[in-house]
Unconditional design. Structure first.
Length: 105
C-alpha cells in the first residue's frame, strides 16, 4: 500500500502549480473536469486526468507536451503537484498527447 506524504514534507520545483491546484479544488474545477465524458478507456490514468495534466502543463508554462516528461524538472515526476490536483500520479507525455488529440470542440 502506497503511503501518501504530508504536503509539508514534499519538495517541488513547481510551487505555484501546487497553490493553483488547491485553488482549483476550492472552485470545483477538478470535480467538473472529472465529470466530463471522454470516450477513452482508463488503464493507469483516466482521460480526464490527462486533460487535467494538460491544463497544469499549460499553467506551468511548458512549451511542448514532451516537456511534461522530458524537461529538466519533469512535471510527471512531481508528487506535490499531482497531490495538489487530486491525482495519485501523472501520466507520461505520450498518453496526454493521445488524449488531447482525440478531444474535439
Amino acid at each position: 500500500m502506497k503511503q501518501e506524504q504530508s504536503p509539508s514534507s514534499i519538495l517541488t520545483d513547481h510551487a505555484m502549480l501546487v497553490v493553483w491546484g488547491q485553488f482549483a479544488h476550492c472552485m470545483g474545477l477538478i470535480r467538473a473536469i472529472e465529470q466530463v465524458t471522454l470516450s477513452q478507456k482508463t488503464v493507469d490514468h483516466s482521460p480526464q486526468s490527462k486533460v487535467l495534466e494538460f491544463l497544469v502543463a499549460i499553467l506551468g508554462g511548458l512549451e511542448y507536451l514532451k516537456d511534461i516528461s522530458l524537461s529538466a524538472r519533469p512535471l510527471d515526476k512531481d508528487v506535490a503537484v499531482a497531490q495538489a490536483w487530486g491525482q495519485d500520479a501523472w501520466a507520461d507525455h505520450s498518453g496526454v498527447s493521445r488524449t488531447v488529440a482525440r478531444c474535439r470542440v
